[in-house]
Design a protein around this ligand. Structure first.
Ligand SMILES: *[C@@H]1O[C@H](CO)[C@@H](O)[C@H](O)[C@H]1NC(C)=O
Ligand SMILES: *[C@@H]1O[C@H](CO)[C@@H](O)[C@H](O)[C@H]1NC(C)=O
Ligand SMILES: CC(=O)N[C@H]1CO[C@H](CO)[C@@H](O)[C@@H]1O
Length: 334
């Protein structure tokens, strides 16, 4: 009996895991965290989430947005990564289209899959998971990294099909992938308990991520507060380029800041859930789609998601064959 009472008490926050799709809200050269106010910023990003995404994003974003491209309609957060381009042997570049993930409702326009899990999919490790606070933001990875930084949370997967998840690679795949390429970004989940941001957007957090979605390590005393494990999956439809793979066998894909290896892969997050919605979800038992329709999160249809957009503030050609990566014209041949 004692055991039963204990397990029921813990069950209240033992299992919640959110996984949901977000369509693309914008693809443009803005970087409100790293280069706030700069129009255009140095490289192209693909962004999902609330329509208050802008060159400058101060304060509580849930108060500025009026719609979101994500399934959960109380979620006005923004999530973004660099964009992938194909580099032809003749020197021209073409943007690689995004495609929706498997296991999500059909018709989502590009975008990403977002996860907020506890210690892992199935357990909080008997710790309270504290939701991010209004004004919270962070980045993971850095475009200036040129070697493996020992973060097993930043990975590439060569897709045989949309369901492929292994092996996870620290760099771009070295051969054509029949189902496209997935980039994966796991954020740190240990917070210092004080700062909503830090000058480098990283030192208020501490990373104990292990590979894939396996349970993260314990939080250190300097960053004792366990927050949701945030992760992005982005699927790039590289298949139209497979027949143009270079004769010398080298990887032809490049991230929008000129990285053809992949060690500089990075991602950004600005919190924007309304009120206590994320905390309620983390304290519940719901998993994936079962969290929708008010159980406990309000949700919206794919049509409503796709209808939310942000007008680009940067007028430049991003599609078609380009003679340089947008913003990288002085970088030469990389
Ligand atoms: C972005 O910021 C500019 C300047 O502050 C403002 O005029 C514009 O309405 C904002 N756009 C969005 C989508 O919030
Ligand atoms: C490179 O090849 C592509 C695909 O065939 C073509 O559309 C593009 O114009 C070429 N670029 C140059 C500089 O020749
Ligand atoms: C709780 C809350 O404010 N929910 C709102 C989330 O945003 C949608 C619009 O996208 C509103 O309809 C909800 O009322």
């Amino acid at each position: 009996m004692k055991w039963l009472a204990l397990s029921l008490a813990l069950a209240g926050h033992s299992q919640a895991a959110l996984r949901f799709g977000c369509s693309t809200v914008s693809i443009q050269r803005l970087d409100p965290l790293v280069e706030p106010g700069k129009i255009p910023s140095s490289h192209v990003h693909q962004i999902v989430g609330g329509n208050s995404f802008n060159a400058t994003m101060e304060g509580d974003r849930s108060e500025h947005a009026t719609c979101t491209t994500c399934t959960f309609s109380e979620n006005f957060s923004n999530y973004w990564t660099a964009v992938m381009f194909f580099k032809h042997s003749n020197g021209s570049y073409k943007r690689v289209p995004l495609m929706q993930n498997t296991a999500l409702p059909n018709g989502i326009n590009g975008g990403m899959t977002i996860y907020y899990t506890q210690q892992d999919f199935f357990s909080n490790g008997n710790q309270k998971i504290t939701a991010f606070k209004p004004g919270f933001r962070m980045t993971v990875g850095s475009p200036t990294n040129t070697g493996d930084q020992g973060n097993p949370g930043l990975r590439f997967v060569c897709l045989q099909n949309k369901g492929t998840r292994f092996p996870e690679l620290p760099t771009f795949p070295s051969q054509p992938c029949p189902g496209g390429i997935m980039t994966v970004h796991h954020f740190p989940a240990c917070w210092d308990g004080k700062n909503l941001d830090s000058p480098d957007h990283q030192s208020h957090m501490y990373n104990t991520v292990r590979e894939a979605f396996t349970p993260a390590g314990a939080c250190p005393a300097s960053h004792p507060v366990r927050m949701p494990q945030l992760a992005f999956e982005t699927l790039w439809d590289t298949t139209q380029f497979n027949s143009m793979w270079p004769a010398d066998g080298s990887n032809p894909f490049v991230l929008s800041y000129g990285d053809g290896v992949g060690y500089g892969t990075h991602a950004d997050y600005v919190f924007g859930w309304k009120g206590d919605a994320l905390q309620r979800a983390m304290d519940s038992n719901c998993m994936f789609n079962a969290c929708e329709n008010g159980n406990p999160l309000q949700s919206q249809s794919v049509q409503q998601m796709n209808a939310c957009t942000v007008k680009s503030q940067v007028t430049e050609e991003l599609d078609g064959w380009l003679d340089h990566l947008p913003g990288q014209e002085n970088m030469g041949n990389m």
